[in-house]
Design a protein around this ligand. Structure first.
Ligand code: GLA
Length: 369
């Protein structure tokens, strides 16, 4: 099989930004992400044997070759483990050629890995008529990342990459994966969401993410509850002495962030963007001070945007680098970009990249070309 250009199926899946609800998906909280326009494409062709070949148009012409019976979680390898993990998690038993063409910026906190997993999962589900629902596919893609790649991510990124709809943010209840579409039309109110990629490479495999998650889990165990979703702010205050200082701060972020998501949804529905902006700012402070996953570049982007009149700004995604968002009047966006560039240069940081994106559709089958 050498004809990579004649796939049996092509599927694509988007990256995401999260309006609010950070680091609470694994605490059964609510999150409010939307899919961005940048997508990853998976072109897959069935083979008549047990061989799996993978290549990416963005990674020169290296071809990774293995076979179905060799699939097993392993720390060896690179990006292709996200693809192999999905083949493994879906229980595919026949050989395939998989070509990846990805346009979600890598390491920018915009969930390029979930876009990759979900494009492959969506294509395989179609090609082999597996019959998985979108929620099942999200859980299988998460299983691939948790168990095969070894990254203890939550369920937010895979869910939004599969379930998002254009024009809306996706309110996701991470306890049961119930969703509600919340209209997200900033342009009609003269606003825009600027995405600022600090170009500080973050990787969730590095351990900071897992440590935060462990602190939340040990707080849950000490408090004898199922998840931080079950904890009110006053319960947390009363139980403070049972927790270490670190567990208390991580739990305080989680409890207050879950509450902020509910308020943000009300604010969006009421088109009360000042309140939404205030909640976005509070989310950043909580991630910076209680959850401690921000970094100087993210704080610089956020503080500069706010000082130039942004309605709200915060870091998004796993943190320790990656991107921030700024909600601002459309006419202020250019000034905010220039000021952030200047501040970054003056501080000796990498030049940041800027994007904007309208909420886009989740994974889909693309025409064969
Ligand atoms: C990463 C993880 C998600 C989520 C976010 C933080 O993107 O993959 O599951 O935990 O960080 O909100």
């Amino acid at each position: 099989m050498s004809d990579w250009r004649a796939p049996d199926v092509i599927a694509s899946a988007p990256g995401r930004v999260n309006v609010i609800g950070e680091h609470i998906d694994f605490s059964q909280g609510f999150v409010l992400p939307f899919a961005i326009a940048d997508r990853t494409y998976a072109r897959i062709r069935k083979r008549g044997d047990q061989i799996i070949r993978i290549r990416s148009l963005q990674r020169s012409n290296d071809i990774i070759t293995t076979s179905i019976d060799q699939l097993a979680p392993s720390a060896d390898g690179d990006w292709e483990r996200y693809v192999l993990g999905v083949v493994w998690a879906l229980g595919i038993k026949s050989g395939v050629d998989i070509e990846i063409d990805g346009y979600v910026p890598l390491g920018a906190g915009l969930s390029s890995s979930a876009a990759l997993e979900c494009a492959v999962a969506f294509a395989l589900n179609d090609l082999f008529s597996c019959g998985y629902s979108l929620k099942e596919l999200a859980l299988l893609a998460q299983k691939a990342e948790n168990k095969y790649v070894g990254v203890p991510c939550g369920i937010m990124d895979q869910s939004v990459s599969l379930l998002a709809k254009s024009g809306s943010a996706l309110l996701l209840d991470c306890r049961d994966l119930e969703t509600r579409l919340i209209p997200f039309d900033l342009a009609a109110s003269g606003l825009q969401l600027l995405i600022i990629d600090t170009q500080v490479q973050h990787t969730l495999v590095d351990g900071g993410y897992a440590q935060r998650r462990q602190s939340c889990e040990s707080a849950v165990a000490k408090l004898g509850i199922v998840s931080l979703r079950d904890l009110s702010f006053s319960d947390l205050q009363e139980a403070k002495d049972l927790l270490s200082e670190e567990e208390y701060k991580r739990a305080r972020h989680s409890v207050t962030e879950i509450a902020r998501v509910g308020k943000a949804v009300d604010a969006l529905i009421d088109k009360d963007f000042l309140t939404l902006g205030r909640l976005i700012n509070e989310s950043h402070h909580s991630l910076r001070d209680d959850y401690e996953v921000s970094c100087p570049e993210l704080n610089c982007a956020v503080d500069t945007a706010i000082s130039l009149g942004a309605v709200g700004a915060r870091m998004v995604g796993g943190g320790f680098g990656g991107s921030a968002i700024a909600l601002a009047k459309t006419e202020d966006i250019g000034r905010i970009e220039s000021a952030i560039k200047e501040e970054f240069t003056a501080s000796g940081f990498h030049v940041p990249r800027f994007f904007t994106s309208l909420p886009s559709d989740g994974a889909r089958i693309e025409p064969l070309t």
